[in-house]
Design a protein around this ligand. Structure first.
Ligand code: 5GP
Ligand code: ZN
Length: 136
């Protein structure tokens, strides 16, 4: 993917603050962080989203997340993190090269994740059945 920004970062054609890299994966700081230390972890191999990515590559990304996150948290004094993968424009995906966000969380940072809602009576069973039937 000649013009994919994240492929270009992985190939070192564009600058980035890389915190870890190996044969399969590159991890670098997000240029517009939601919190200090906000890190993106990408497979070197291009795929538009996690649904098209090779499972072996996702395994490598997961291994890197487990390796680097303790260092991200301890270096910044964060107490936890959110691991997110935005998929599709409707979900906020802007860069169509598979990437996982490591978002450090700090006591009292005030960030709110998704609000909880409730199902109407009988609705949860229908939705579960709908998903199962689409699996074929
Ligand atoms: P998405 O919204 O697609 O899940 O996340 C894309 C992320 O990539 C955003 O948080 C955005 O700030 C970050 N980003 C976009 N362009 C660049 C860039 O050129 N360099 C770096 N380091 N991050 C980028
Ligand atoms: Zn790419």
């Amino acid at each position: 993917m000649d013009d994919c920004i994240f492929c270009r970062i992985a190939r070192k054609e564009l600058p980035a603050h890389i915190v870890f890299e190996n044969e399969h994966v590159v991890a670098f700081l997000d240029i517009q962080p939601s919190a200090k230390g906000h890190t993106l972890v990408i497979p070197r191999a291009h795929s538009a989203s996690i649904l098209e990515a090779e499972c072996d590559d996702m395994r490598e990304v997961c291994k890197v997340v487990q390796h680097i996150t303790p260092a991200i948290l301890s270096s910044l004094g964060a107490q936890g993190f959110n691991l997110t993968v935005n998929t599709g424009a409707v979900a906020g995906q802007v860069i169509f090269h598979t990437h996982w966000h490591i978002l450090p969380r700090f006591e009292g940072d005030g960030k709110k994740m998704w609000p909880h809602t409730a199902y109407a009576p009988g609705e949860i069973e229908k939705i579960a059945e709908g998903i199962r039937s689409h699996l074929g």
